[in-house]
Design a protein around this ligand. Structure first.
Ligand code: MG
Length: 290
């Protein structure tokens, strides 16, 4: 990850948040927001959420724990671009992790986590358009809590190791061509069209993995709301389960499933996913043209 540019902001969401966290994970590490802002170097800010400035982060957040981070000068948030905050080797996703969502699609709840992969080439950052492909007549949003790995995690890890392997959480939209998902035996096509994985805007470091809320809005209207406590399989259990089969690498993403309320995305829509204290991930939707 060296060579990326991150901006880091202490405090809560950079925007007025409807899902502010109810408590902090650790009295020693202050929850902070980590942004990537340019394709070289790391930048950071350690100010409160209402501060318009972002502080440059000199340290590599994948190498150094927040307590040892070194900061530089301040840059204005308003004029600083916010890019997709991760570059994973793989995106591990969980299907049917909320009972009400399984019910709305007439699916039974799985007895163990239902894993699938989404292609990293589907990743986009905040404000980049989700493009509706002509192959699908029904593209849907799935707002999700995404976990970003800081350290490698593989078979045999303990729950404590899984927890400490997490860099933080962010918002993700597991955009899905629902008609193709129903038609195909595997989800590869339906889940991995280019632009089908918006992520960001920030990684919330030192988040409480058991106390997270995810809200999805389309054109300002709330469509989905879920809490980590409603998951059939919790985040630490999912990390242990997935890492038993495939080693999770620094920067890898785990998408933890979507709550009930999935629905269509249409040309001209704007979809938002907000995860507690990680900011609002907002993307326009447009049909493929030309
Ligand atoms: Mg999903």
């Amino acid at each position: 990850m060296a060579g990326d540019l991150f901006i880091f902001c202490a405090g809560s969401s950079p925007v007025k948040s409807a899902v502010a966290p109810r408590r902090r994970a650790s009295p020693r590490i202050q929850p902070m927001l980590l942004y990537r802002t340019a394709p070289e170097g790391f930048w950071a800010v350690a100010e409160n959420e209402s501060d318009p400035g972002l502080r440059i982060l000199y340290s590599d957040p994948f190498e150094t724990l927040p307590g040892g981070w070194e900061y530089g000068t301040e840059v204005p948030r308003e004029t600083t671009p916010l890019l997709m905050p991760v570059r994973p080797t793989k995106i591990v996703c969980v299907g049917r992790n909320y009972r009400e969502h399984a019910k709305e699609l007439n699916n039974p709840m799985p007895e163990e986590p239902l894993l699938f992969l989404k292609a990293p080439s589907a990743l986009i950052g905040p404000n980049v358009p989700i493009v509706l492909p002509p192959e699908s007549q029904r593209v849907e949003h799935e707002g999700e809590i995404a976990v970003v790995l800081r350290r490698r995690l593989s078979r045999g890890a303990t729950p404590e190791e899984a927890r400490s392997a997490v860099l933080g959480v962010t918002g993700a939209n597991d955009v899905t061509a629902r008609d193709l998902q129903k038609k195909d035996a595997v989800f590869a096509r339906a889940k991995s069209f280019d632009t089908f994985c918006p992520v960001g805007p920030a990684i919330r470091v030192a988040a409480d993995l058991e106390d997270l809320t995810v809200v999805t809005r389309v054109n300002g209207a709330e469509r989905q709301r879920g809490h980590a406590g409603d998951m059939a399989f919790g985040i630490v259990d999912l990390l242990l389960y997935a890492s038993r089969m495939m080693t999770l690498e620094p920067g890898d993403l785990l998408l933890t499933g979507t709550p009930a309320g999935v629905g269509p995305l249409l040309d001209g829509d704007r979809v938002e996913v907000e995860v507690s204290g990680a900011g609002v991930l907002s993307n326009p939707v447009e049909a493929l043209r030309g």
